[in-house]
Design a protein around this ligand. Structure first.
Ligand SMILES: O=C(O)CCC(=O)C(=O)O
Ligand SMILES: [Fe+2]
Length: 331
């Protein structure tokens, strides 16, 4: 079948339609897809009726085109993995005994497209880059839809490369000297504040997972383009490169889950970055496979009527395939 290709918002994001499982395994198709992914800001979707039958092996092979599939055993989440594969189920599905078979987080549904833009008062949607607190943060993810609700449950993407490019020179140079301090302890404490069952790190775990620093302006290793980077719930401070962040400041952030005032420089940009000029709302159909690049996009989940409808997504994590596929700290 002929493929139909359409961009999603300006040059950001691309969907290829009429894709089959045979295409996914075709070397020329894979090369083109990688190239299109890079040229369209790190957001590529493939869609096709045949893709509802995609097997775990086929999905892993397709994911390998874009990065090294993370193979770490996620022991704590084994009941939420596709058995024998590095594929995490995300959604609201349960087994016959009512146990969750997918990782579920309830978030508000969009009431209109106005809700896509980050609202500083509600701090929603929770726009983020995945896992920047890790040693070698994942470069991206592959997300495959198995079951979709009739409405809601869309995934939102924003083009942090396009947003950076349109900043004025003064802002660009101010940001170039900054790095984000990302802490797992801070991340977990923040969640614990509104969800008290969520465990916080023990002192030993905290020592084993020190904060990591990532640049606020990241140069993409393949495209060479610059993009805004490093904001998520683990971001506890944004500081001049190399400036220390420790002692009482770090303790307050980690133990009390309070963001340092300096994070505002990034958060204040979020309504701009997540405005209509730079965003895509991806409405899932079963079979869809989307690959996103954490180095030049941010994303956010949206809610749906989870009492009435199933949503089941399969998620793989991509590591830099120029580095070894080593074990990482827990997410
Ligand atoms: O469920 C979604 O739409 C997105 C979830 C997400 O943020 C992720 O898998 O990293
Ligand atoms: Fe995410």
């Amino acid at each position: 079948m002929e493929h139909k290709t359409s961009t999603l918002n300006g040059d950001f994001g691309l969907v290829i339609e009429g894709v089959t499982r045979t295409d996914l395994a075709n070397a020329a198709f894979q090369r083109d897809a990688f190239d299109l992914w890079t040229r369209h800001g790190g957001l590529l979707a493939v869609r096709g009726e045949d893709l509802t039958e995609t097997t775990p092996d086929e999905l892993v092979a397709w994911s390998d085109v874009f990065g090294a599939v993370e193979n770490q055993s996620l022991a704590a989440r084994e009941d939420k993995m596709v058995t024998g594969y590095p594929i995490l189920r995300i959604g609201n599905t349960k087994d016959e005994s009512g146990n969750r078979t997918a990782q579920f987080a309830k978030v508000p549904a969009l009431t209109s497209d106005e809700d896509i833009r980050y609202n500083p008062e509600t701090r929603r949607p929770v726009w983020h880059t995945d896992s920047t607190f890790r040693d070698n943060p994942p470069i991206g993810s592959v997300f495959h839809c198995r079951q979709a609700p009739p409405r809601g449950g869309e995934t939102l993407f924003a083009d942090t490369r396009g947003a950076y490019a349109r900043l004025d020179d003064a802002k660009k140079s101010e940001l170039a000297g900054l790095e984000a301090v990302c802490s797992l302890a801070h991340h977990d404490k923040k969640i614990n504040l509104y969800s008290p069952d969520y465990p916080v790190l023990t002192p030993e775990q905290r020592a084993a997972n020190p904060p990591r620093r990532v640049p606020v302006v990241l140069k993409h290793p393949v495209s060479g383009e610059l993009a805004l980077y490093g904001l998520n719930s683990s971001t506890c401070a944004v500081l001049p490169k190399g400036q220390a962040f420790s002692g009482d400041d770090l303790d307050t952030c980690d133990l009390e889950g309070v963001e340092h005032d300096s994070v505002r420089i990034w958060r204040d940009m979020l309504p701009y970055v997540t405005g209509p000029e730079f965003t895509v709302k991806w409405c899932w159909q079963p079979g869809d496979i989307v690959v996103w690049d954490n180095r030049c996009t941010i994303h956010a989940a949206t809610g749906f009527d989870s009492e009435k409808h199933p949503r089941e997504m399969w998620r793989l994590t991509l590591l830099d395939n120029t580095q070894s596929n080593q074990a990482h700290a827990a997410e």
